[in-house]
Design a protein around this ligand. Structure first.
Ligand code: BTN
Length: 264
């Protein structure tokens, strides 16, 4: 059997990350294949891997998405990575941290595709023109009542130009929205640098000032939404704890904290 290889563009990632000088992406483990980079990070975290350690793979055989879904991506085309964040904080910080991971991805896509309207659909899907370009799966490792480490997994469609029929209407990639051929190593370095910039403030103080940046790229704001539980209303921003604000038809401002949200 021919061994699976890592493409030269991804092999350049450690240099691109080092050039940015941040704390995330070091060490960077570049894998040809793995069941799931989140699982790689989780196992390594249990063995003492440091803050910032990151796993990126050309292919996942059991990639996981939110809400128990799977994440499927053709080998060698996209970014599939997980970063270990050693953040000691209460569980209430997890939604803000997840939002900031989404924001880091959004900003990197916006830089690579300056003409595109890149938005975040709460809680942390990244959309371009209403189509999903990236998803984030944040998993926490807890000790007693505190979070001790967070694994932030990102699936970002970079080079894929044609999607399976079932998702073709709802999915896009950087290659489809940027003028130039995207560089996976540069995108990865950019996401990690963005996250490094914002992470500490969110862990220490919550969303705070980042709320304004999130609201400026909020895909749901002003739109009518429905939860899986059947509640409905108009999306009206995000609160300091990372919950979605929804103005219900009876005028009450509700704070939605979990689950899937659909545009109606
Ligand atoms: C979603 O939108 O449902 C989240 C998708 C997250 C997928 C990424 S790919 C890298 C990391 N490893 C996984 O198994 N999942 C995340």
């Amino acid at each position: 059997m021919i061994p699976r290889r890592v493409s030269p563009d991804l092999e350049r990632a450690p240099d691109r990350i080092a050039a940015r000088g941040g704390a995330l992406g070091r060490p960077l483990h570049v894998l040809a294949t793995t069941p799931s980079t989140n699982d790689e990070a989780k196992h390594a975290a249990k063995k003492g891997a440091p803050h910032g350690a990151t796993w990126v793979a050309e292919e996942q055989t059991d990639g996981r998405g939110r809400q128990g879904r799977s994440w499927v991506s053709p080998r060698g085309e996209n970014l599939l990575f997980s970063v270990l964040l050693r953040a000691s904080c209460p569980p209430s910080r997890l939604p803000p941290i997840a939002l900031v991971v989404g924001l880091a991805v959004r900003d990197a896509v916006a830089r690579a595709a300056p003409d595109a309207d890149v938005r975040i659909k709460w809680p942390n899907d990244v959309l371009v023109d209403g189509k999903k370009i990236a998803g984030v799966l944040v998993e926490a490792m807890t000790m007693g009542k505190r979070v001790e480490a967070v694994i932030a997994g990102v699936g970002l469609n970079v080079l894929t130009r044609s999607f399976p029929d079932e998702i073709a209407e709802r999915a896009t990639s950087v290659a489809l929205v940027a003028r130039e051929v995207p560089d996976r190593a540069e995108l990865l370095a950019d996401v990690l640098a963005n996250l490094d910039r914002d992470l500490h403030v969110v862990v220490a103080r919550g969303l705070g000032l980042l709320r304004a940046r999130l609201e400026a790229c909020d895909a749901l704001r002003g739109k009518r939404v429905r939860s899986d539980g059947g509640d409905a209303g108009v999306a009206s921003g995000i609160d300091d704890d990372g919950r979605l604000l929804v103005r219900r038809d009876d005028g009450i401002l509700a704070h939605w904290s979990a689950g899937e949200v659909h545009l109606v």
